[in-house]
Design a protein around this ligand. Structure first.
Ligand code: MRU
Length: 345
């Protein structure tokens, strides 16, 4: 049984196979591809067929099921080989901690008896998926309650249904706030170079009939200066134990500009995005991707031939610039190490 596609557009599971909406070609084409092996799943994560920290985690959980199914069917020392599959899967992308979180949540089941194991793993992966949707809905409600009616919001990247099990983190808050008539306007940075804002966030919001204005990333400070924004609302790929927040490159610039203009900055992320093993943002691995992403648009070269590039795809916003971290376990105001730790008590 597949989940309703409007509830979970990015990731679908029918109990045996995985279906991913190819986010590289949205919004021009809406195409699902079927995945049968964990190698294919890891490649899809690396290539950003599926992207966004919680969606990567959900996908990885299903990847573990596919890996176990194949390894068990081949027999031999399948537990050792499966372990190698999991290491490979965990290395598919470096920054989003939800990838590791989901694999570690699946791992204890692998110690159980062989009979019925694949079914138990499938049940657990579906639970991870459903819990992520539920967490997004809870965070949507919690985050929205901080937004006064008539507010303008700005978001960066895509932290929506496409980036999660469904509903979205930052876009979950925006969806809730829109339903509660709190929003005057929604703005989205285009989010160069991969254009998650113009391709994905604008696609999602307009499908839900939520009007959205796109702007060039460099225009956001000027937008704030016009008094059009009351909240910047973003997701995260990894939050350190002290509340430093890794998210899409450009988030740090938005946070600095928000503080300068007296605008509030909200980070919306499930607790599966909090990495308590990492003390501070400096220790979060930041993915660098090929400069080709900067040089080309839709496969056409746009940069001067001899230019070289620098393409870190995440940055870290220090906790001191964050007003709220909204999780499914509660909201942390002015985050500190102690307040983050209290979420887990
Ligand atoms: O490179 P991406 O598209 O995977 O980056 C995604 C983001 O930075 C999102 O803001 C983050 O994962 C939060 S998604 C709910």
């Amino acid at each position: 049984m597949m989940m309703d596609r409007s509830e979970s557009p990015a990731v679908q599971w029918d109990g045996k196979n995985l279906f991913l909406l190819d986010q590289r070609i949205l919004p021009l084409q809406e195409k699902y591809t079927t995945y049968f092996t964990v190698d294919e799943v890891a490649q899809a994560i690396t290539d950003m067929v599926v992207r966004g920290a919680p969606a990567i985690g959900v996908t990885a959980a299903y990847g573990v099921v596919l890996a176990a199914k194949i390894r068990i069917s081949k027999g031999g020392d399948w537990r050792a080989e499966l372990n190698e599959d999991l290491v490979m899967l965990a290395n598919a992308r470096p920054t989003a901690i939800n990838l590791h979180w989901a694999i570690e949540r699946m791992r204890p089941l692998l110690d159980g008896e062989e009979s019925g194991l694949v079914e138990r793993l499938s049940t657990e992966a579906v639970a991870i998926h459903q819990e992520d949707i539920a967490a997004c809905k809870t965070m949507g409600r919690l985050g929205s309650s901080y937004i006064d009616s008539g507010s303008g919001v700005l978001t960066h990247c895509n932290a929506g249904a496409l980036a999660t099990g469904g509903y979205g983190t930052a876009l979950g808050v925006i969806r809730s706030a829109w339903e509660e008539n709190r929003l005057s306007e929604v703005f989205a940075d285009e989010t160069r170079p991969w254009l998650q804002g113009s391709r994905l966030t604008a696609w999602e919001l307009t499908q839900d009939n939520i009007p959205v204005s796109l702007l060039a990333d460099g225009a956001s400070s000027w937008l704030m200066k016009q008094g059009k924004v009351n909240w910047v609302v973003v997701g995260s790929d990894r939050i350190a134990a002290n509340g430093d927040v890794a998210n899409k490159i450009g988030t740090y610039a938005a946070a600095i500009a928000a503080r300068h203009h007296g605008i509030k900055f909200m980070v919306v992320a499930p607790t599966s995005t909090i990495d308590r093993a990492v003390a501070a943002g400096d220790d979060i691995p930041i993915e660098s991707r090929e400069s080709e992403e900067l040089f080309s648009c839709s496969g056409n070269r746009i940069a001067a031939e001899k230019a070289s590039g620098w393409n870190p795809v995440f940055d870290v916003t220090p906790a001191s610039l964050v007003d709220l971290i909204v999780t499914e376990r509660g909201v942390v105001e002015n985050p500190t190490k102690e307040k983050i730790a209290a979420l887990f008590e």
